[in-house]
Design a protein. Sequence first.
Length: 280
Amino acid sequence: MKSLFISLLIVPAFASAQRWHVNVTGGVSNYSGDLQGKAYTFDQSFFAFGVGAQYDITRNFSVTSNINIMKVGAADQYNNPNLVFRNLSFQSNITEWNLLGEYTFMDITRHMFSPFVFGGIAVFHDNPYAFDTLGHKVFLRPLSTEGEGLAAYPGQRPYSLTNFAIPVGGGIKFRVSENVVLAYEVGFRKTFTDYIDDVSTIYVDQAVLQAAKGGEAVEMAYRGNELKGGAPYPPGGTQRGSPKYKDVYYYTGIRVSIALVSSKNSFYGRGRIDCPKAVQ
């Protein structure tokens, strides 16, 4: 009776463990916005890293949750030639938590490879910064470079550093052993903010910005005058960025998925079709 009781406790836990995987991802991250006009590029990319867990609901559908650390950045000197005159730049570290549903088109325990897609929800935190002429790191949000929070610009509200995003993407998986799967994947994050790069709307009046936030704010709001032959600070109301499209960030990487229990012993293994042994 005691053995039966122990079995009743262990078997459900073991069966559950058979469906769990640990995921580790490494690659590069980038963004698309006012300082990077390309929808997808490796230009000005930075390293990205993530860890997470995966639970297999069926042979083809899984739920994953991950914490990702990414970095994005861009500079006008590598942007659209028509925007080089602004001489703006930024970088930002992004910390993201996500919850995803993932569909693998073929049973990866029975095939060596399979395409897959995923989608879900994410929450991320970022904090754009740039380097001044002396090389000092300057966080941009407190400077109200577009008049955010200033009484003279009541329509310009301070932007949040923590936001929601919609992750979508896909790739291809390769089974390398009974409990290890490699995946090449690309994941995009549609956000609901246009301020990952601190650029969205207009230049505010130089005198107003100077009085409210000081000379550093004026310096970081427009940097064209740092260029040889560059124009002075633009008149207030001049277009600085475009609020038409929200910013997007994305990554390209390799994921290693390690099953906690070999697929031979998992619920996948039951009914698995292996190649017949050669007849002697």
